[in-house]
Design a protein around this ligand. Structure first.
Ligand SMILES: Cc1cc2nc3c(=O)[nH]c(=O)nc-3n(C[C@H](O)[C@H](O)[C@H](O)COP(=O)(O)OP(=O)(O)OC[C@H]3O[C@@H](n4cnc5c(N)ncnc54)[C@H](O)[C@@H]3O)c2cc1C
Length: 802
């Protein structure tokens, strides 16, 4: 374990809890010498993702018991937290949060401004405050105390803690870690190394040639002199509209911090200096000014208080504001860093997840959003990591509406259709560095304005979305899917290897396309993709844009675990374009560009020359219409796109974007990995039993599925239709049955062809029958919903096979 901050201590604690004893935690200075000693110590549980919230909740349950268990006091104060709303939009956000909180059983309630004021001793100015969210089980603690308690727990169970031991080298052999070299100490041979180096994690990663895109930023708070009325048991308080947070301090003082809009990155390129231990940065009053203004405005008593200290400490932020956890591409080299000023709140969960990952190979929770494998090669660029992290920090307290796009570092990766799409008026979004058309402005049609969803869902929306959906259903749509990740698996052992990692049977004839999931040992879905057999010993796997690095790493990990020789796995994403042509007029359109036969069946792929471009045409669809995905070498991309666009024009085929795909797939009931499907859900629960080939023999995850089948499926992914077609679930809303929360929306949206507002959710099996009436809470309003037979669109599949 490299790093004696709160993260390293917690991972050591949890590893020993799982029974590991042979652990050395090495720290170059003293425990807590990095970011941990100067943390403000606030612990809030409700976060933007399911897993992170569960991790935080676990943390609180741990902090409550640590003193008793270890004899070291982490100083846990369960005083609750208030989050104020100083605008109407913020109040809507709170109502959404409250719904979200209910799905976890968190006792979060929306309280009036008067009640919030009462809880806070009448100390803030209620002018303009519209209400607050109160979570009584949040609190604050002493970050050093917490670290010492965790370290003591680990030590008692056998872990060794070596301070004053700087790691100067990491031994790697044939892609696996073998040990660490220390300054002034003997080297340590080991097959597992955890980089818990906080803001130094990037430098430590470099020792193993692993990119850890953490970026240090200076983060500040002040400590005031005691203020009359401040008691240690008042809740912590945040006012995002004023960019500030508060917590009480012993003796009646206040800690006041926040997220300024002009953040200060620090030591980005070279990393913190070697002697930067237990050290702060110089006070930066100018940068603190907007926070001081926010604090003075909200809590007038702070104007009269003196500032005892301004603490300016660096902390590791990440390019997307999520933690960086998991095993890197070097086997046995794990990373746990980049906690974006939430490492104290997160420490318990970080320790639990990492220890399970190391000991069991996979954590219990779905950790994809935090997985180090989510980053593509471009995150090796410090400049790119910096601009992305800067934007996240500067907009931390903004309201983030669904489907919001970020702007930093763009454009980066573009497809050969990019310029044409731009000329057509594409509104681009970004995924994994790729520019992708969300919709095309030239398709906008004011006639569809009446379909704009109410509230937040109508924010990043265009009439072009329903126009493109309906064009695809009625005539045809042309989609640039070049960003889809493509992985080739080849060699003598390729088929046998894929038969092991895929739940479906991929050992089919050349030209066959197979839809399959890759499962973990628990039967959870690690990846959802299509596999095309290009030759007897060569397959192409096609997966989502954002999942390429993850899927590739998963596949390589399974390959390494099996020790298969003669199997090559390659990422070919950038060398092959993919354009999809779907809809009733797809055939006429393509027929104009080729003399070759297009009479091959659904889930088959054939070489077809289109215009002057040699393509592989695959009869697959993610929108539920007849048509093809056309794969071609990238150098033909621009010509192929131009030919398809031109040929399509006469038939009313229009270029379309990804938001249309999402609406189309939703009404067709196609699942999306990351929301409807996660490593915690099995294909049987997700209604994908048809893609599991039990008859083919052994495969990874089979045992778990068989067990589940024998015991009965307890929860099912179900399609719900909302009674109000303009109320739109965005994901994560609670689902109620008889006033009780029974599920959480995985994905939602409007199906424009079926004219319904749709939400998917895992429901207890006994509540998943068609016709079951339930309710979904959308922004604090309970909207009646009913379980529907799925798919809603073209249930017989006629359109696809046409
Ligand atoms: C001003 C401020 C306020 C904050 N407030 C909050 C808050 O209210 N709530 C919250 O949850 N979080 C907060 N945080 C964030 C929190 O403090 C951090 O997320 C957390 O402390 C990070 O812990 P860590 O173990 O990852 O890193 P660190 O504490 O930085 O630990 C990394 C350790 O690695 C050691 N190390 C580095 N290189 C080597 C090497 N080569 N060999 C051996 N050892 C090495 C370092 O000496 C260091 O001790 C705040 C941070 C700041 C700066």
């Amino acid at each position: 374990m490299i790093g004696g901050g709160v993260a390293g201590a917690s991972i050591a604690y949890h590893l020993t809890e799982l029974g590991w004893r042979d652990i050395v935690l090495v720290e170059r200075a003293e425990l807590t010498a990095g970011s941990t000693f100067h943390s403000a110590g606030l612990v809030g549980q409700l976060r933007s993702s399911v897993t992170l919230t569960r991790m935080m909740m676990y943390g609180v349950s741990l902090y409550r018991r640590l003193f008793e268990e270890t004899g070291v006091d982490p100083g846990w104060h369960e005083v609750g937290s208030l989050r104020l709303a100083s605008s109407r939009e913020r109040f809507e956000e709170l109502r959404r949060l409250a719904g979200w909180g209910q799905t976890f059983g968190l006792p979060l309630e929306i309280v009036s401004t008067e009640r919030a004021l009462e809880l806070w001793g009448g100390l803030f100015d209620p002018t303009g405050v519209q209400g607050a969210a109160f979570l009584p089980t949040d609190g604050y603690l002493d970050p050093s105390g917490l670290t010492m308690a965790l370290a003591e727990g680990a030590r008692r169970r056998g872990a060794q803690i070596l301070t004053g031991a700087r790691v100067v080298g990491i031994e790697v052999e044939r892609g696996a870690v073998r040990g660490v070299r220390l300054q002034d100490h003997d080297p340590i041979a080991t097959q597992v190394v955890v980089n818990a180096g906080g803001m130094y994690a990037h430098q430590i990663g470099r020792l193993a040639d692993v990119a850890v895109p953490v970026v240090p930023f200076a983060h500040q708070y002040v400590l005031t002199t005691p203020i009359e009325g401040v008691r240690p048991e008042i809740p912590t308080m945040r006012d995002p509209d004023r960019l500030v947070y508060f917590r009480p301090e012993a003796g009646g003082a206040l800690v006041v911090g926040g997220y300024e809009r002009n953040p200060a990155p620090w030591a980005v390129e070279k990393g913190p200096p070697p002697n930067f231990n237990s050290t702060l940065l110089p006070e930066d009053w100018e940068r603190f000014e907007p926070l001081a203004e926010g604090a003075f405005g909200l809590v007038p008593a702070t104007q009269r208080a003196q500032i005892v200290r301004l603490i300016n400490g660096p902390e590791a932020f990440t390019p997307d504001g999520e933690f960086i956890l998991g095993e890197s591409e070097i086997r046995g080299f794990f990373v746990a860093a980049g906690f974006c000023a939430h490492g104290i709140a997160g420490a318990g969960g970080i320790g639990k997840v990492m220890a399970e990952w190391i000991v069991d190979g996979e954590p219990e929770y779905d950790v994809w959003k935090m997985d180090i494998r989510r980053f593509g090669g471009h995150y090796r660029s410090r400049r790119y990591a910096l601009v992305r992290a800067y934007e996240v920090y500067a907009t931390y307290y903004d309201i983030h509406y669904p489907n919001e796009e970020r702007s930093a570092g763009r454009p980066l990766k573009t497809s050969p259709a990019y310029i044409s799409l731009r000329e057509l008026g594409a509104e681009f979004g970004e995924k994994a560095g790729w520019e992708r058309a969300n919709w095309i402005r030239s398709n906008e049609d004011p006639a569809f304005e009446g379909l704009r969803p109410r509230g937040w869902a109508g924010q990043h929306w265009s009439t072009a979305i329903p126009a493109e959906v309906l064009a695809t259903r009625e005539r045809g749509g042309l989609f640039d899917e070049s960003s889809f990740a493509k992985i080739e698996v080849s060699g003598d052992g390729a088929c046998a290897f894929l038969q092991w990692i895929c739940a479906n049977d991929v050992d089919r004839e050349v030209g066959r396309v197979v839809y399959t999931q890759l499962l973990n040992r628990r039967g959870g879905v690690e990846s959802d993709l299509t596999a095309v057999r290009l030759d007897h010993d060569r397959f192409r796997l096609v997966t989502g844009t954002a999942f390429g690095t993850h899927d590739l790493a998963w596949i390589r990990k399974q390959l390494a675990a099996r020790g298969d020789r003669g199997v090559e796995v390659r990422d070919v994403t950038g060398s092959i374009v993919c354009f999809a042509l779907w809809g009733p007029r797809a055939r006429e359109t393509l027929a104009e560009l080729t003399t070759e036969s297009l009479d091959f069946g659904y889930m088959r792929a054939r070489p077809v020359v289109v215009g002057s471009t040699p393509c592989l045409a695959a009869r697959v669809t993610y929108v539920g219409e007849f048509g093809w995905e056309l794969y071609a070498p990238v150098e033909y991309g621009a010509a192929l796109w131009r030919d398809l666009l031109q040929a399509g024009r006469e038939h009313g085929v229009v270029p379309c974007g990804y938001r249309a795909i999402d609406a189309l797939r939703l009404e067709k009931g196609y699942r999306a990995w990351g929301s409807d499907l996660t490593p915690e859900d099995t294909p049987l629960e997700a209604g994908l039993g048809f893609a599991v080939a039990f008859e083919k023999g052994e495969f990874l995850g089979r045992e778990a599925l068989e067990k589940q089948q024998a015991e009965g499926i307890a929860r099912r992914l179900s399609c719900l239709v909302l009674a109000d077609p303009r109320a739109m679930a965005l994901g994560n809303e609670p689902v109620f049955s008889d006033g009780r929360v029974v599920g959480r929306v995985t994905s939602g949206g409007v199906g424009y062809a079926v004219g319904r507002s749709i939400a998917y959710a895992y429901l207890p099996a006994e509540l998943s029958g068609v016709g079951r009436r339930l309710e979904i809470e959308v922004f604090g309003e309970r909207v009646p919903a009913e379980v529907a037979a799925e798919p809603l669109y073209d249930p017989s599949g006629e359109r696809v096979r046409a």
